[in-house]
Design a protein around this ligand. Sequence first.
Ligand code: HEC
Length: 182
Amino acid sequence: MNSFELNKIAGAVLGAALAVVVVNAVADIAISPSYPEKVAYVIDTGKEDSSAASTAVAADDGPSLGALLASADVGKGEKVFKKCSSCHTVEEGGKNKIGPNLYAVLGKQMATHAGFSYSSALTDMGAEWTYENLDAFLKKPKDFAKGTKMSFAGLKKPTDRANLIAYLRTLGTADTPLPAAN
Ligand code: HEC
């Protein structure tokens, strides 16, 4: 017997089994029709969605940026900066890479570092890099400046951002007053 014949036999057996299943199913329906006991429509009130949103907001409530900065760890911030260093230099007069040099960026007018070609997403902001703006930008760059060409997902942890901002502050802007720690 060759494998082609074996396949034919297997096919015939499977076909027969399938026929039995189909006949059984048809017989079941014909003999004992059944109806669903419950109404199948569920009316969506949208309530669950809004409660989920409010939980998300509550989960975001942690210590304020000022409080986090007041107890920030500059050394840890320098480590976090490793995620940025493929695109940014920080030393005074450092070159622009994929992103602009970040020396003394705290308090600086956005998108004004010499010799760097910014996206209009950033030039259109027309604001300064305050602590709060840096924090919001670094959390999710694409949310803060829609269309920014900084391809970085963001830093989810508020402490990572605060440590990093505290590190950036040491680079030429150490006298910038910290926000209130309330
Ligand atoms: C993949 C490369 C890349 C990475 C990683 C990256 N950046 Fe950027 N960054 C850019 C680019 C490009 C721009 C210019 C954005 C634009 O013009 O829209 C930018 C802009 C900025 C600016 C605005 C500077 C100014 O002069 O207005 C800041 C601040 C900044 N980045 C901080 C950071 C920090 C802090 C990190 C690490 C957490 C980081 N970036 C990670 C590429 C990057």
